[in-house]
Design a protein around this ligand. Structure first.
Ligand code: G3P
Ligand code: CA
Length: 269
């Protein structure tokens, strides 16, 4: 019966487009945000870093050469670190051609541009502070941009924004600077250590390769920084069978390069 099915699947996970719908468009570009929107996916994940002149940009690697044509434009600037280039230099890069000719001319977005796109699409944002140890003060700077862009009002903070990082100190800093903002820790802490994480985070977000049903249950048993059960957003699940598997473990969210595949698999399970 429908009721029995609902009982089997009381909490169908949220699907999050990893670096945007990055199976379909170049990761961490505005095109990847739109690709997620075209699929009807409401949540996008991104990675925030800082340029040499202090601007926040969206980029996964701490170097620019995998996802742009930086080696052609700046052959003498190896290893092409994000932190060694100004925003004006980064804006000259093509961040789309490596993925496909139809994305030629796609640019590395600033955080402001990215937020504007997500807002225009009425989507929600799982924002990662990537390698924050390289960028002292990036937590307060990011919060300042979010505030200026209207992303720290009560509605956004409650429903539309999560800030996550692999750096526990960084997540803790975000929580202390803006205790109302929802946070996530990327990793798989030992169960015994979960209570100390729960003091400053609302989510424990592990690789799907590191979890089982017992671990997910142990996380969700604890209350997070906002007094609600800790959530689990797992990554990066790109196929139906693994999506069904982690959904049955009880995860709250699934982060995927092809979120349509994951959503359809979970809906049909
Ligand atoms: O959102 C989780 C996932 O993005 C973490 O890994 O390397 O893709 O940033 P990575
Ligand atoms: Ca990420």
């Amino acid at each position: 019966s429908a009721a029995a099915q609902a009982a089997d699947h009381p909490h169908r996970p949220i699907t999050v487009a990893h670096r945007g719908a990055s199976a379909y468009a170049p990761e961490n570009t505005l095109a990847a945000v739109d690709a997620a929107d075209d699929l009807g996916v409401a949540w996008v994940e991104n990675d925030v870093q800082r340029t040499k002149d202090g601007e926040l940009v969206i980029m996964h690697d701490t170097t620019l050469n995998r996802t742009t044509d930086v080696e052609q434009l700046f052959p003498d600037r190896a290893p092409w670190k994000v932190a060694d280039f100004t925003l004006a230099e980064i804006k000259r890069l093509d961040a789309g051609s490596w993925f496909g000719a139809r994305f030629a001319g796609e640019r590395v977005p600033t955080l402001e541009e990215y937020l504007d796109k997500v807002s225009a699409n009425h989507q929600n944002l799982l924002m990662e502070l990537k390698a924050p140890e390289l960028y002292p003060g990036i937590e307060s700077q990011t919060l300042q941009v979010l505030r200026e862009e209207g992303w720290l009002n009560r509605h956004h903070v409650k429903h539309r924004l999560i800030i996550q990082s692999f750096s526990a100190p960084s997540v803790r800093t975000v929580h202390h600077l803006r205790p109302d903002v929802k946070t996530g820790f990327l990793g798989t802490p030992a169960v015994a250590d979960l209570p100390e994480y729960a003091a400053f985070t609302d989510q424990i977000n592990p690789s799907y390769r590191t979890i089982n049903a017992a671990y997910v249950a142990a996380v969700k048993e604890l209350d997070g920084a906002h007094g609600k059960p800790l959530e689990v957003f797992t990554w990066t699940v790109n196929d139906g069978p693994n999506a069904v598997s982690v959904a049955r473990m009880g995860v709250t969210g699934i982060i995927s390069n092809n979120p349509d595949v994951v959503r359809d698999a979970v809906a049909g399970a």
